[in-house]
Design a protein around this ligand. Structure first.
Ligand code: CP
Length: 325
């Protein structure tokens, strides 16, 4: 059984990957997301759009930012929201993920937000749900994190404009990073000027991935004159052997982003990090909290992007239920 991310009337139904998603769809999401951006400290935006629809957050892997922002996004759009406590669910008794989905579908869940450490799980769910139901990938193994890619794209464009004119450097454990893959897909769709992968050789991706991206093991070379520098953590949970994980102090000595090292990037370069951060390993606190950091803005933008995505796919649910033409 196959599935399409775009439905028969050309609208987004599932969001599993940014790979191959047309630029027009990305533009639509970012344009909607901008409507939901209000300054931190002002009342959060609210709408009735998802009233009568049910969103289930199924996080089979740990999360703070993605889970909290999908929950707040759904609530601020007036959906009924179910946050399954996975450790207390019947998955702990051996129930398979598809049986969990069928069970929740029987309770009239319309939109599933799914994070899983296994590759292919969101797509497998998307292939088996009822025709009106939507699936949003909230992080899949090391492969895909589409709303993260969108919020990173949005953050870069809000600060730096057209990606085609920019040099973006991603530093760290790219081999195990779904964030890097989704950023590459999003920025590739916007024809990014230059995309650089920077890290120890053993943490760079396979040669056939990221076609056209520059690669270097030299941090100074990798961030030289960059407009955007994104640090990634060592994703320890995805190393095949514990012995392969670099020593944190040695890693910081070679690849940690410090104020001094950032001197190689453009003077107005922005610093990004998807979180969670390991301060003193991939990034110094002075940089994470410094004037060039947009790390907290990424979080704010993530909530707006998730509101936009929920609002867009909800249209599929309504049409499939025959609620409007
Ligand atoms: N960036 C990100 O996915 O963070 P969480 O794991 O906290 O959701």
């Amino acid at each position: 059984m196959s599935f399409e991310q775009i439905n028969s009337v050309g609208n987004l139904r599932h969001l599993i990957t940014l790979d191959g998603l047309p630029r027009s769809q990305l533009e639509l999401i970012l344009e909607r997301a901008r409507r939901y951006l209000t300054p931190v400290g002002s009342p959060p935006p609210r709408a009735d759009t998802l009233r009568g629809q049910t969103v289930a957050n199924l996080f089979f892997e740990a999360s703070t930012r993605t889970r909290a922002s999908f929950e707040l996004a759904a609530k601020r759009l007036s959906a009924d929201v179910l946050n399954l406590d996975v450790n207390m669910s019947s998955r702990a008794k051996g129930e398979g993920v598809i049986d969990t989905i069928f069970t929740l579908e029987a309770m009239q869940v319309d939109i599933f937000v799914v994070r899983d450490a296994g590759p292919g799980v969101p797509a497998r769910i998307a292939r088996q749900v009822e025709p009106h139901v939507c699936v949003l990938n909230a992080g899949e193994a090391d492969l895909s994190h589409p709303t993260q890619g969108l919020l990173d794209l949005m953050t870069i464009m809000l600060h730096k404009g057209d990606p085609a004119k920019l040099t973006v450097a991603i530093v760290g454990d790219i081999r195990h990073s779904r964030v890097a893959r989704s950023a590459w897909q999003a920025l590739g769709t916007y024809e990014v000027g230059e995309f650089r992968l920077v890290g120890p050789a053993e943490l760079l991706p396979e040669d056939d991935e990221f076609p056209g991206a520059a690669r270097t093991t030299d941090l100074a070379e990798g961030i030289a004159d960059a407009d955007v520098v994104m640090a990634l953590r060592l994703q320890k949970e995805r190393f095949a052997q514990l012995s392969e994980i670099p020593d944190p102090q040695e890693y910081f000595r070679r690849y940690g982003l410090t104020e001094a090292r950032l001197g190689a990037a453009k003077a107005d370069a922005i610093v990004m990090h998807p979180g969670p951060m390991n301060r003193g390993v991939e990034i110094a606190s002075a940089v994470a909290d410094g004037s060039r950091s947009v790390i907290r803005e990424q979080v704010t933008n993530g909530l707006a992007v998730r509101m936009a995505v929920l609002e867009i796919v909800h249209d599929h649910v309504r049409r499939a239920r025959g609620e409007h033409p």
